[in-house]
Design a protein around this ligand. Structure first.
Ligand code: FAD
Length: 393
C-alpha cells in the first residue's frame, strides 16, 4: 500500500536523532526510529511522562466518517489501525487500553456513512441492540466503530519510550536550536548545549512555535486549543446510575468512557471535553464541569440526568490540557523545509486526535528518514507533510 523506494537507509553515523517532547508525538517518533536501528535521545522539560496533552487520563481512538470518505476519514482510519496495533503490542488490555468498539451517537444527524464498497474496517450503522445497550431511545441515529476503543495515553507514551535504542532525558528545557556542522544543536536558556544530532525532531506541540518561529520563513500555523474533561470514581456512583452505564464508550458530542482506571488506579468514568481557542493555560475551571454535564445530558440523556449530581464541584474531578491544532485538522509531520533546513523535522498539530494519529505520524516520519516505504499512499501522506506549508502547491 505504501510508496516503494529503492533508496538504501542512511549510514549508521547519520542514524541519530534528537527528539524534543516526550508526549504521544515524540514517543511515537522515537519508537519508530529506534525500531529501524536509530539511536534516539528524547528530551522533555518535564520531570516525567504526561506533562502535556498526553497526560489525558483516558481518551478514544476512533475514526472520523464522512459521506465522501474524504481524506480526514481515510487518514484517521489508518491512524486508528496503527494505534490499535501498537497498543496490542505494547499495552495491557483492560487496564491500559480496550478494543471495545465505540458507538457514535449521531447527534443532529450530521454524520453520514459513505455509500458503496467499504474496507473491512469501516464503520457501520449501529444495530438496535447496540443503541439500546447505550441507553438511547429506539431509533436514535448512531454508528458503530468496531475498530475503535479507549486508551490511557500516558501508558502508551511510557511504553514507547522504553523501546531499546531510546534514551530519555527529563528536565531539559529546549530554548533554541541552530544549524551546526552537518546537524542541529539544541541549547537551554543559558546557551548551554543540550545535544547535537544530524536529525532534530521537534515534537513539543504548541511550544514548537517558540523554538521554530525564529527561523526566517517558518510558516506552520500551529494554534492552541485548551480542553477539559470531568471524571469521577465508579465506586461513588449509585446502583441506579451504574445500571445506565453503556458497556462501551460513546462519542458524538464529546465522549463518555466508563470502567477505565482513573489516575489513582481505581475504575472511573470520564466525560469531555471542552474546546477553548487560543488558551495556552491548562487550568481546570469549575464552569467547564458544567459544560461537560450538559455535554453528557445531550450525548446520553438518561445517564446525564441520573448523574447530574456527580458534577457537584465538591465531588467531580477534572483534568485540562492544551491541544496543538492546525487549520485543516491534520498534523504537520516530517522535514519542515529540507532544502533550507536539512535534518530538521516536525511532528505536531495532532489537535483533538493525537491518540488516533500520533503512531501513524511517527511511522511516517521514521519511514521517511530511513528511506523506507511510507505507511500511507502518496495521495494521503502529502496532506500530512510539514513541508506543505513551505512549498504550498
Ligand atoms: C481534554 C482533551 C481530550 C482529548 N481527547 C482525545 C481523545 O479522546 N482522542 C484523541 O485521539 N486525542 C485526544 N486529545 C488530544 C491528544 O491528547 C493530543 O493530540 C496529544 O496528546 C498531543 O501529543 P503531543 O505529543 O503532540 O503533545 P504533548 O502531549 O503536549 O507533548 C509535548 C511535550 O513537549 C514538552 N515540551 C514542550 N516544550 C518543550 C521545550 N521547550 N523543551 C522540552 N520539552 C518541551 C512538554 O513537556 C510535553 O511533554 C485530547 C486532548 C485534550 C486536551
Amino acid at each position: 500500500m505504501g510508496q516503494r523506494t529503492a533508496t538504501p537507509s542512511p549510514p549508521v553515523a547519520e542514524r541519530q536523532a534528537l527528539v524534543i517532547g516526550a508526549g504521544l508525538s515524540g514517543s511515537a517518533v522515537a519508537y519508530s526510529l529506534a525500531r529501524r536501528g536509530w539511536a534516539v535521545t528524547v528530551m522533555d522539560q518535564a520531570e516525567g511522562v504526561g506533562a502535556g496533552a498526553s497526560g489525558l487520563p483516558a481518551g478514544l481512538a476512533a475514526p472520523h466518517v464522512s459521506p465522501d470518505d474524504h481524506l480526514l476519514s481515510r487518514i484517521t482510519r489508518a491512524g486508528v489501525e496503527a494505534t490499535l496495533q501498537r497498543a496490542q503490542t505494547l499495552l495491557h488490555s483492560g487496564t491500559d487500553w480496550g478494543l471495545t468498539g465505540v458507538l457514535e451517537h449521531n447527534v443532529g444527524g450530521k454524520r453520514r456513512l459513505p455509500q458503496g464498497g467499504q474496507p473491512s474496517n469501516a464503520s457501520v450503522l449501529a444495530s438496535p441492540a447496540q443503541v439500546a445497550q447505550a441507553g438511547l431511545p429506539p431509533g436514535t441515529p448512531a454508528l458503530w466503530h468496531a475498530h475503535a476503543g479507549w486508551i490511557r495515553p500516558r501508558q502508551l507514551v511510557a511504553a514507547q519510550l522504553q523501546a531499546p535504542g531510546v534514551r530519555v532525558l527529563w528536565g531539559q528545557h529546549a530554548h533554541s536550536l541552530e544549524r551546526q556542522g552537518h546537524g542541529w544543536a539544541l541549547r537551554d536558556a543559558l546557551g548551554q548545549q543540550l545535544g547535537h544530532a544530524p536529525c532534530l525532531v521537534v515534537a513539543s506541540a504548541f511550544d514548537s512555535l517558540g523554538l521554530l518561529q525564529p527561523l526566517p520563513g517558518f510558516a506552520v500555523p500551529l494554534n492552541s486549543l485548551r480542553g477539559q474533561i470531568s471524571f469521577g470514581h465508579m465506586a461513588d456512583l449509585a446502583a441506579h446510575e451504574r445500571q445506565l452505564l453503556p458497556p462501551f464508550p460513546v462519542n458524538g458530542h464529546g465522549s463518555f468512557i466508563s470502567g477505565v482506571p482513573t489516575p489513582e488506579g481505581t475504575p472511573g468514568w470520564f466525560i469531555g471535553s471542552t474546546f477553548e481557542r487560543q488558551c495556552e493555560q491548562a487550568l481546570v475551571r469549575p464552569e467547564d464541569h458544567e459544560a461537560n454535564r450538559l455535554r453528557l445530558a445531550t450525548l446520553l440523556p438518561a445517564l446525564g440526568e441520573a448523574m447530574a449530581q456527580q458534577f457537584d464541584p465538591a465531588r467531580v474531578q477534572g483534568w485540562a490540557g492544551v491541544r496543538c491544532t492546525l487549520p485543516n485538522r491534520l498534523p504537520a509531520v516530517g522535514p519542515i523545509d529540507r532544502e533550507r533546513w536539512p535534518g530538521l523535522c516536525l511532528s505536531a498539530g495532532m489537535g483533538a486526535r493525537g491518540i488516533s494519529l500520533s503512531v501513524l505520524c511517527g511511522e511516517m516520519l521514521a519511514a521517511e528518514l530511513n528511506r523506507d516505504p511510507l505507511p500511507l499512499p502518496p495521495e494521503l501522506s502529502r496532506h500530512l507533510r510539514a513541508e506543505r506549508y513551505a512549498n504550498p502547491s
